[in-house]
Design a protein around this ligand. Structure first.
Ligand SMILES: NC(=O)c1ccc[n+]([C@@H]2O[C@H](COP(=O)([O-])OP(=O)(O)OC[C@H]3O[C@@H](n4cnc5c(N)ncnc54)[C@H](O)[C@@H]3O)[C@@H](O)[C@H]2O)c1
Length: 257
């Protein structure tokens, strides 16, 4: 049995139905947390929640588009009624990186609706959930937030479009601002910058792109969702209680800065 570092904690994970979010939610459950899963894909979310049943522990879930504040508020009311306390850990993980035939849009051809959609999910989604959950964290003088940024938020990548890098850089700004403002209330806020992680999102890029990244990665491989999940759990565990406002690369030594 894993060490129960998250016992007694209630954790909300967005984009929980797939890839990194699915691994993060599984890890928190295995470490003893009660789990709230949020995703826009109802079918995948139900399947993931069912797959967690073998672990035991409390899992509640609600379908919501993180970009829609009112929908998130309604989802929170729905799950909150089933929990016996406030949510004290938030993992802002939901994110999208639209591509056509494995390629990102050129900026000069970008559909303005696509720009709005990416900003809505990747950035406003993080604002929405932080805005909804921080009042209780401040009241309780306890909480932790992890924002899922990306190496694309720190450097220009040729295979992601401008909206993606812009939102991932903005999440780093949000992380620092919230860390500064919420620190005096006993709340830590950090970001993870994953490199190339083996998930459905990564597979929207061409195989050649992913092979090229492996060649540029010091450890010469892709990362696994589990490796990001373990960092997320560390950043909200007692072992990291003096760590806040930081961006931690989980990237195998790719794009080291
Ligand atoms: N995979 C990588 O290589 C990589 C690298 C750097 C950063 N990231 C970031 O990690 C996070 C997770 O990525 P992943 O690779 O696991 O992707 P994924 O596509 O496998 O999973 C993303 C999940 O988010 C959900 N989602 C999408 N839009 C949503 C919305 N509007 N509301 C609620 N849920 C929504 C999807 O349904 C899906 O379940 C993203 O923020 C991504 O930008 C991934």
């Amino acid at each position: 049995m894993m060490p129960q570092r998250q016992a007694g904690r209630r954790v909300l994970v967005t984009g929980a139905a797939s890839g990194i979010g699915a691994a993060i939610s599984r890890q928190y459950l295995q470490e003893g947390a009660a789990l709230v899963l949020i995703d826009v894909n109802a079918q995948a979310l139900a399947a993931h929640a069912e797959s967690l049943a073998e672990i035991g522990g409390q899992v509640v879930w609600a379908v919501a588009n993180v970009a829609d504040y009112r929908a998130c508020e309604a989802a929170l009311a729905q799950v909150r009624a089933k929990l016996d306390g406030d949510i004290d850990i938030l993992i802002n993980n939901a994110g999208i990186s639209p591509k056509t035939n494995g390629k990102p849009a050129n900026f000069w051809e970008m559909d303005p609706d696509e720009w709005q959609r990416v900003v809505g999910v990747n950035l406003h989604g993080a604002f929405n959930w932080a805005r909804l959950l921080t009042p209780a964290m401040v009241r309780n003088r306890f909480g932790s937030i992890v924002n899922m940024s990306s190496v694309a938020g720190k450097a220009h990548l040729t295979f992601t479009a401008a909206h993606y890098g812009t939102t991932k850089a903005a999440l780093i700004g949000l992380t620092r601002d919230l860390a500064g403002e919420l620190g005096p209330h006993g709340i830590t806020v950090n970001a993870i910058a994953p490199g190339r992680i083996n998930t459905p999102l990564m597979r929207t890029a061409s195989p050649e792109t992913n092979l090229a990244v492996i060649q540029e990665t010091a450890l010469r491989r892709l990362g696994e969702p589990q490796e990001v999940a373990e960092m997320s759990c560390f950043l909200t565990s007692p072992e990291s209680r003096f760590v806040t406002g930081q961006v931690v690369d989980v990237a195998g030594g790719w794009m080291m800065t």
